[in-house]
Design a protein around this ligand. Structure first.
Ligand code: GLN
Length: 189
């Protein structure tokens, strides 16, 4: 993996938590704030935070269009929480999104009382017990297209999905204690 550079959208939110996991996997990271930061990347991370704020902050440098273009060309992406909302086909309540990942998501769908919680997850493979996900005002996946594969569930809700070179977690693997989701991303690179 030496020499691979992952661009981490760093306008707002918990982008710095991703950097540690990525460097542990031997990847270089670059914070994406301007158009020129987006040249020569091998992969992208869209972190958690506040998707509406990120959309606003992307405007001055045209990052919405630039990242949309890279993802459209097939660049591997790891999206978490707000990042999933940016990547989704449709957002409820309505909000602009890149539309690359064939899912519909509802923002803040677990409501206030679950503002923040750690939940047990069920993994598709390997079927390991004891994997946990940190949920912070998480979105819920309401619909998935046929090319979307579920990699983990919270009860019956899909919370980790993959479509082509995109991996999307509605929880925060970058705030967990192990790097299993980041390792799945590494496999895509
Ligand atoms: N609620 C946030 C949003 O709508 C996502 C929360 C998060 O990323 N932890 O963008």
């Amino acid at each position: 993996m030496a020499g691979k550079t992952i661009g981490v959208l760093a306008l707002q939110g918990d982008f710095s938590a991703h950097e540690g996991f990525l460097s542990e996997l031997g990847l270089q990271t670059r914070r994406l704030r301007s158009a020129s930061d987006c040249i020569g990347l091998d992969g992208l991370v869209l972190p958690g935070g506040e998707s509406s704020a990120m959309l606003r902050l992307m405007e001055p440098e045209n990052l919405f269009e630039i990242l949309g273009g890279l993802i459209g060309e097939g660049m591997p992406v790891l999206a978490t929480c707000a990042g999933v909302i940016l990547l989704a086909k449709k957002v409820i309540p309505e909000q602009r999104s890149l539309g690359a990942l064939d899912i519909d998501v509802e923002r803040n769908a677990y409501g206030r009382q679950l503002y923040s919680s750690v939940e047990k997850l069920r993994r598709a493979e390997p079927e390991a017990a004891g994997v946990e996900g940190v949920f912070i005002r998480a979105p819920k996946i309401l619909r998935m297209g046929p090319s979307v594969e579920v990699l983990a569930w919270r009860k019956d809700d899909p919370v980790l999905v993959r479509q082509g070179a995109m991996i999307a977690a509605t929880f925060h693997p970058e705030l967990g204690s192990d790097g299993w989701v980041h390792s799945l991303f590494l496999d895509l690179l």
